[in-house]
Design a protein around this ligand. Sequence first.
Ligand code: UD1
Length: 367
Amino acid sequence: MTGPVILVVGARPNFMKIAPIHAELKRRGVSQILLHTGQHYDENMSKVFFDDLGMPQPDIYLGIGSGTHATQTAKVMVEFEQVCNEHKPSMVVVVGDVNSTVACTMVCAKEWIPCAHVEAGLRSFDREMPEEINRLVTDAIADLLLTPSPDGDENLRKEGVSEERIKFVGNIMIDSLLNNLERAKSSTIHTDLKIKKGSYGVLTLHRPSNVDDKEAFMRILDALEEIGEKIPLVFPLHPRTRARAEQFELMGRLEAIPNIVLTGPAGYLDFVALMAESKLVLTDSGGLQEETTALGIPCLTLRENTERPITVTEGTNTIVGNSTQTILDAANEILLHGGKAGRIPELWDGHTAGRIADIIEHVISED
Ligand code: UD1
C-alpha cells in the first residue's frame, strides 16, 4: 500500500508555498498529511495564514517553538523521525530554506524516504546567512530539486547535481499570490491603518544582519527618518525586530519616524493588499522580492546580496544594502521617476502547483 505524502510547513514563508500544492493534491485525491513543525507559533505568524489561504489546520503539529538553530533543527528531526516511522510516507515535500526544511530533509535522507525540495537551487553565496546553509544542505541530500527559475538549475549544475534530480517548475509563491489577489482586494487594511492607496511605502525587516546589529539597524533608521518626510511608511514589525528594537532602546526612534505606521505582523491577505497598492517596498525578505516583481511594484532590498537574482535582472528589485545614503538615493529615485517596471519571469504563471503535483504523482506511482 502506498503511504501518504507529507507536506511540511514550519515558518511564515512556508505557508503560502505549501497551500497551493495541498489544494492541488486534494483535488487529485492524493493521500496527504499536512505537518506543521511549530517553528512559528504565534497566531499572527502562523494561524492567520491557514485561515487566509484557506488551508485546513495541520494534521500533525510538532510544537517545536523557538530556540537556537541547533535546538530547533534537532527537535524537528527527533519528532519528524517518529512521524515518519509511524506514518510511512511514500514521499515528503519541503519548501524554502528555514530550519524546519533542512531538518525534515535530513530525516528523509537517513530513512530513505523520497524528498522533494520546492524552491531549490537558490543561492546568495553568503554563508553568514543561516538560510544559505539550509539551502546548501537541503539541496545536497533531497532527491528532487524543484527550481523556481533557471538560475537555480545553473547553481545546482555547478555544484555537480545530476540532471535527473533537477526540475524547473516555476515559482510556487506566485500561485498563492494570483489565487488570492482578488480576495485581497476586499481587505480593510487601508481604512484600518488610515492610509491612502497608492501613496505610501511598505517596509519589512527581520534579517539578523539588519536587526541584530545595532549599527546596521541605526543606519536603516537614519534613512527611514528622511524617507518618512516624503511618503508614509507602513511597517509591520516581526517579533525578532520588535525584540531587538526594545533591547537596543530604539523603539522611541522608530515610533518618531515621520508618518510611520507601526503594526504587528500582517496576515496574508492584508499584506498582499498593502503591497499591491504601495508605491514602493523596502525589505530584507526573500519572498517579497518575488511578490513585488510579480505585482510590478518597485522593491528595494536592504541586503548586500540576493538568492533571487532574477528579481533584479528581470523584475522590479534593486539591491541597496543597509548604508543610509544608498537606501535614500534609491528611494528618492523611485519617488521621482517611478522605479523599475520589470517583467514577469518564465513560469511565474500561477500553475506551478500543477507541475509539482505531476511530479509527486509520478514518484508515488513508482513506490
Ligand atoms: C525564520 C527563518 C527565516 C524566515 C523567517 C520569516 C530560519 C533559519 N529562519 O526566521 O528564513 O525568513 O522565519 O519570519 O529558519 N518568534 C515569535 N513568534 C513566532 C516565531 C518567532 O515571537 O511565532 C520570535 C522568537 O523570539 C524567536 C524569533 O522570533 O526567537 C525568531 O524566530 P525564528 O523562527 O528563530 O527565526 P526568524 O527570524 O523568524
